[in-house]
Design a protein around this ligand. Structure first.
Ligand code: TRP
Length: 368
């Protein structure tokens, strides 16, 4: 079957049908957003496509009530364009006034990737946090912490790990199995720890009862489902049910999603403009025709062209984007010309971003 795809926390593959995913996971399509969202291409062009209970957050935005945005990062490999989507959402919510909680999943990386806590710390800082700052994350109203070290304040740290331990009573072994498939002790620990990541902001030791939105890739929904279930059954504290949003995966240069484990699939935010040019020209899947003649006559296919897909993310001018789409489809614009538009756009962005990264390095201490 050509259309079979797999999306879960341990594996993402195949041609993902997002409508089908919405039905299978029981998500709601994200629609009719208020004007605060209209200038952000992630929302206006459907990259963020589904949610659970997001209306609660929309109410907070409308009524200017406080809310928390909480998400996490697995510190492995290079920080690439796919990771940038989450970073931009953090910054977007921070600018809307949300308090930001970010978990560095070093314990999860220890279990799932056999990575030491020291290596995780280094990668989290050099790759993730430096890029977040360079993209515009501010230290005010922002807590970044490591799963292995929630807080230097004993009361807070105890509350966080106490919650993780108590949550474990409120799911059965079979539920874990149904959600995660093959189980290991490490997977169960990573799951209850992530549930505590997502829920603990509501505890009295932290913000007190407050709505929390968790923006994630759709592979993370199993974690969210089980956390929501455990929270509902928790007798000691009445949690507000978790809100979440789901973004699509950034396509890789070739096929499949952009993945840090395949260097030919990603563009890192530390790639030099000449590397980017090489990668796009050599690896970006083209929807162009075999020969110039055929292309002029029959036109290209922007819908499967990876360079065009990236432009839908980077070209903010909708008019310009439409012109590129039409010209490519009609055969007026050639595949090499389309690639050049993207290369110029990306080089420009990366040059500025890499300057911002240098300044960001001096600001790390303000964040952790
Ligand atoms: N499991 C997430 C990943 O693999 C990382 C993560 C840990 C997370 N805690 C979280 C994500 C809390 C969202 C919310 O990338």
């Amino acid at each position: 079957m050509a259309n079979e795809f797999v999306v879960n926390p341990w594996e993402v593959k195949g041609d993902i049908d997002y409508d089908k995913l919405i039905k299978e996971f029981g998500l709601k399509p994200l629609q009719n957003l208020p004007e605060e969202f209209s200038d952000n291409v992630l929302f206006s062009r459907g990259f963020v496509f589904a949610h659970r209970d997001f209306n609660k957050i929309l109410d907070c935005i409308k009524e200017k009530e406080p809310f928390v945005m909480m998400t996490g990062l697995m510190p492995t490999g290079k920080f690439h364009l796919g990771h940038m989507m989450v970073a931009q959402q953090m910054i977007f919510y921070q600018n809307l006034g949300a308090k930001i909680y970010i978990a560095v999943a070093d314990i999860e990386a220890y279990h799932q990737r056999q990575q030491s806590l020291e290596d995780s710390k280094k990668i989290a800082i050099d790759e993730y946090i430096t890029n977040y700052i360079a993209l515009g994350l501010k230290p005010e109203n922002c807590e970044i912490y490591f799963q292995s070290n929630r807080s230097g304040d004993g009361k807070k740290a105890s509350a966080f790990y106490r919650l993780q331990n108590q949550l474990a009573r409120h799911a059965t072994f079979n539920e874990f199995k149904a959600v995660y498939g093959d189980l290991t002790p490490g997977k169960i620990i990573a799951s209850t720890l992530q549930a505590s990541d997502m829920l603990h902001a509501q505890l009295p030791e932290f913000e007190g009862k407050i709505p929390v939105v968790v923006p994630v890739g759709s592979d993370q929904d199993p974690h969210i489902r089980i956390a929501r279930d455990m929270a509902k059954r928790f007798p000691e504290y009445q949690f507000d049910s978790l809100c979440s949003t789901y973004h699509k995966f950034m396509p890789g240069l070739g096929s499949g999603k952009m993945s840090a484990s395949d260097p030919n699939s990603f563009i890192a935010l530390t790639d030099s403009p000449s590397e980017v040019k090489k990668k796009i020209n050599k690896h970006a899947f083209s929807g162009g025709r075999e020969t110039l003649e055929e292309h002029r006559k029959l036109g290209g296919n922007p819908d499967i062209d990876v360079s065009y897909q990236y432009l839908t993310y980077f070209e903010e001018d909708t008019q310009k984007l439409k012109q590129i789409y039409d010209d490519y489809k009609s055969g007026k614009l050639l595949s090499g010309e389309l690639k050049k538009i993207l290369i110029d756009k990306l080089s420009n962005f990366l040059t500025k971003h890499q300057e911002a990264r240098e300044k960001a390095k001096n600001m790390i201490a303000k964040f952790i």
